[in-house]
Design a protein around this ligand. Sequence first.
Ligand code: UDP
Length: 419
Amino acid sequence: MPQPVNTGEIPLEMYERILPEEIAKLRQLAGDLKGARVLHINSTPYGGGVSELLRSQVPFERALGIDANWQVISGEPSFFRVTKAFHNALQGGAHSLTRADQEIYLAYSSLNAKDLKGDYDFIIVHDPQPAAIRSLRPDINAHWIWRCHVDTSNPNPEVWDFLVDYVNAYDAAVFTLREFKPYGIKIRVETITPAIDPLSPKNMELPDEMISHLVNWTGVSDDSPLICQVSRFDVWKDPLGVIEAYRLVKQEIPNVNLALVGSMALDDPEGWDMYEKLLEASRKDEQIHIYTNVGDLQVNAFQRLSDVVIQKSIREGFGLVVSETLWKGTPVVAGKAGGIPIQMAGGGGFLVESIEETAKRVLELLSNPVMAAEEGKRGKEHVRKNFLITRLIKDELMLLESLVYKFSSISVEDSGKSA
Ligand code: UDP
């Protein structure tokens, strides 16, 4: 049942041109892990931050001589409805765990576990969807890591009490922030922040003419102010709140346009419901543009061409879109949630906690292009120092080595503070 995901190839020489010292360090660090068989398991090959990370991380590790692989688990819609409810509950949402939920979760976990081939030195399991697989395959003698990308600082106890024993079967758990460590964890815990790939189609440089062309192609003109949010259509990302904030901005700047760019992930069955709500909320306003499944290059262009990018998250794991946007020098107005504040610690725009504040900050940036450019510049520099993929790979390789050579901490205290 787990399906392999094909990834492209990473030409390390291209990265060497922009990050020479970092690549040299990585080559050295990877020396001891040459040939190590690493498997990443998650639940969707596209849509959302985890697949975005793995699409670069896996070929990057391969380019360094590690035998890295990626597989996605599969299941019927009933399974993904349960795991999406778990995802929401782990971020603190209300959920009454039923016996049916547990049975569905375990039935699909068993099917996926049964077919997993075990010839790996390290197995890194991402998020709650595949978390039970480790307990169901005690025969696989690898180092098992549970990599949690969501905010589990205050999980719904019914769901977490059910999942925690499965998590405690791993050798280590990795969270995005130290504060995300939930109660009841008895295994080793590390903290690693995600990062962006500066040369992926999502983030690479584009000529100005192409940026305009890619956005114009979607029907958005580039001769009016543009604000946008790029996110799954998910209640925690508050796209309805973005529309309300846009309406306040429009009272002051009538020709402003809003683009809501949202992908539909395989493991997120709630996306279409939210899409319907957004269509309803934006009816009769031709300046609101709602898109699903826009390609990487066009997302890249939206993040570059927008005057301000909003990320109005209420709960957030990391929020990769913030670093993606800042890397392009575009200022961001974002919810004070999860990993967003550490991405904006060096500037890059404003953190907000309400619709009114979002509108106020967007207006401030729209009416002050010099300040907007300055914020964008500072944000980019902070991402360059802290949130590029070389730092993520370094942290991960150190974690793998520490599991083999049994040193107790990989000092990822530094994670997010140095490139
Ligand atoms: N994304 C995309 N197209 C969209 C919406 C989102 O490619 O229409 C990507 C976005 O660029 C980012 C990822 O999905 O790389 C979202 O990651 P993030 O960590 O922000 O949120 P998550 O979805 O994991 O909660």
